[in-house]
Structure formats: structure tokens, C-alpha cells
Design a binder for this molecule. Structure first.
Ligand code: NAD
Length: 275
């Protein structure tokens, strides 16, 4: 099986470019799905306090027999836990549920600009990184204005910004901002929750190269340098989404997918979403 590439983070640690996302996987099914993913070679799991399935992630990893240090775990701070003390306590809760003494990446899930606590929360994250409980820290759903507020406060640069990103929402400006600041782009809903997969441009490319539209989209992300963690509860799809390292999209194919950008979100708008 082809190895999954690692990407270097500003924190000095590395992240596997392909992971497994567990949003909307019911708590009782999570351990089994995580185990299936680990069995076929995934070594990076993306969860969140708000997904309610951190326990299942921990159990799945424990049952896999794979050493903790060989799996990259991301979790995210719940929206009702912004503020310095809350954030520190919330990570302890996540660590308990995950059954581990550290996470590889801890993210502020949403900026919630009206609450105006994300800079204070980020200061807690910096201390959590110093304590070793979070090997790397980052943000999610931050727009340039939110990232600029962190810069102005003179704080550490986030290692990643996890944003909605797929062929229908290509986020060109935000990706350029990340590149200029050494922030790695993580793409959530990399398949637009399946919504883009019957686009003729994608089915045509897939037919030509003998891959599925999902594999084509995931490969497009890899070639842009995005970190991805598609979600599925179906074993054959978990395997299919892992099998994206033995082909390359050419310039014409990348351009055809670039043409699918509609600026269309499937999830909330971070400028207005308040949790
Ligand atoms: P996704 O784009 O990964 O789509 C998942 C859905 O696509 C599946 O439920 C299935 O219906 C379909 N699918 C998956 N593999 C397929 C295949 N090979 N062929 C056909 N259909 C397939 O959507 P997602 O789960 O929303 O996002 C992935 C991960 O991103 C989440 O699990 C979570 O970890 C993260 N996420 C983060 C945020 C955030 O605010 N930070 C928000 C949403 C998701």
C-alpha cells in the first residue's frame, strides 16, 4: 500500500495529508469505523468535542493495536467553551474521552466573532501547546479578518486553518493567505458531502482514468497541497478514499475541476455563524 505523505506544520510536527473524518458518525458506530480506517492504513483521525464521538475514536484506536504515537488525532473546542479557562478545561475533557494524554492538533472549531473571545481562547491554546497537551494548535472556519486579529494580538501563527473546501467552493483567496503565512489548509467536506460527485466534468475524468469521481476529487485536493479527511461509514468507500496515491491528474484535468467553482457552501457561513 502506498504511503500517505506527511506535511510539515509550523509547530515542527508533521500531519498525514490524508485522514479519516468522523463528523455525523453515531457514537456507537465510531470505534468500528475508526478501526476499519486504521486497518486499511489511515493514521490520522479528525474529530471534535461537538461530534460526541471522542470516546469511540479512543476505543477504535485502542482496539486497532496501533501504538498511540503512530496515530495523529485532531479534536476541536466546542462552541460553548470559548474563553481562557473554559478552553483549558475542555481539552482535559477531550483527553479523558479520547483516552490519551495529548492530541496532535487542537482547533478552535468556529471563530464566533460576536462573542469576541477567540483571541483570548487562542492564548489558552498557546499555553496548551507549551504544556505538551496539544502538539500543534490551529483554527477552523477562520476568515482573513479573524486570522488578522490573531496577528495583531501578536500571537503564534495557527498551524492549520480547517475550512470548507471542495470543487464547488475552492477558496482561492483564503488558500493564498494561508500560503503567505505558513498556515496549512485543511479541507472539510472535501467531497461536498457527496454533492459534487455527479458533475459531468468529474465523471468524465474518472471514466477516462479508471478511478471514481470521489477519488478524482480527493486527488485534486492532494495536488493542491490540502490536508483532507473524507468521512464514510462504508468499508468499501473508506478503502476507496485511501486509494488515491497511484495516479496523477494532468493540467487539463486540474483546469476542468477549477471550472467547477461556484462559491457554493454546503455548511454555515463563518462570517455569520454564531454556533
Ligand atoms: P465529506 O465531503 O467527507 O462527505 C462525506 C459523505 O460523502 C459521506 O457521508 C458519503 O455520503 C459520501 N462519500 C464518502 N466517500 C464516498 C465515495 N467514495 N463515493 C461516494 N460517496 C462518498 O463530508 P464531511 O463528513 O462533512 O467532511 C469530512 C470531515 O470534515 C468530517 O467528518 C469532519 O471531520 C470534518 N468537518 C469539519 C467541519 C468544521 O467545521 N471544522 C465541518 C464539517 C466537517
Amino acid at each position: 500500500m502506498t504511503n500517505i505523505p506527511n506535511i510539515e506544520l509550523i509547530s515542527g510536527t508533521t500531519i498525514p495529508q490524508l485522514g479519516f473524518g468522523v463528523f455525523q458518525i453515531p457514537a456507537d458506530d465510531t470505534a468500528e469505523s475508526v478501526r476499519t480506517a486504521l486497518d486499511v492504513g489511515y493514521r490520522h483521525i479528525d474529530t471534535a468535542q461537538m461530534y460526541g464521538n471522542e470516546v469511540g475514536v479512543g476505543v477504535g484506536i485502542a482496539k486497532s493495536g496501533i501504538a498511540r504515537e503512530d496515530v495523529f488525532i485532531t479534536t476541536k473546542l466546542a462552541n460553548d467553551q470559548h474563553g481562557y479557562d473554559n478552553a483549558v478545561k475542555a481539552l482535559d475533557g477531550s483527553l479523558d474521552r479520547l483516552g490519551t494524554s495529548y492530541v496532535d492538533l487542537y482547533l478552535i472549531h468556529w471563530p464566533l466573532a460576536k462573542k469576541n473571545l477567540y483571541v483570548e481562547t487562542w492564548k489558552a491554546f498557546e499555553d496548551l501547546a507549551r504544556s505538551g497537551k496539544a502538539r500543534a494548535i490551529g483554527v477552523s472556519n477562520f476568515q482573513p479578518a479573524h486570522l488578522e486579529a490573531l496577528v495583531k494580538a501578536g500571537t503564534t501563527t495557527p498551524a492549520v486553518n480547517q475550512i470548507e473546501l471542495h470543487p464547488a467552493l475552492q477558496q482561492t483567496e483564503l488558500r493564498a493567505y494561508h500560503q503567505d503565512h505558513g498556515i496549512i489548509t485543511e479541507a472539510w467536506s472535501p467531497l461536498a458531502q457527496g454533492e459534487v460527485l455527479d458533475e459531468p466534468a468529474l465523471t468524465e475524468i474518472a471514466g477516462k482514468i479508471g478511478k471514481t469521481p470521489a477519488q478524482v476529487v480527493l486527488r485534486w485536493h492532494l495536488q493542491h497541497g490540502n490536508v483532507i479527511f473524507p468521512k464514510s461509514v462504508t468499508a468499501s468507500r473508506i478503502e476507496e478514499n485511501r486509494d488515491i496515491f497511484d495516479f496523477e491528474l494532468g493540467g487539463h484535468e486540474m483546469a476542468a475541476i477549477a471550472g467547477l467553482d461556484k462559491g457554493r457552501r454546503t455548511g454555515p457561513d463563518p462570517d455569520t455563524f454564531e454556533g
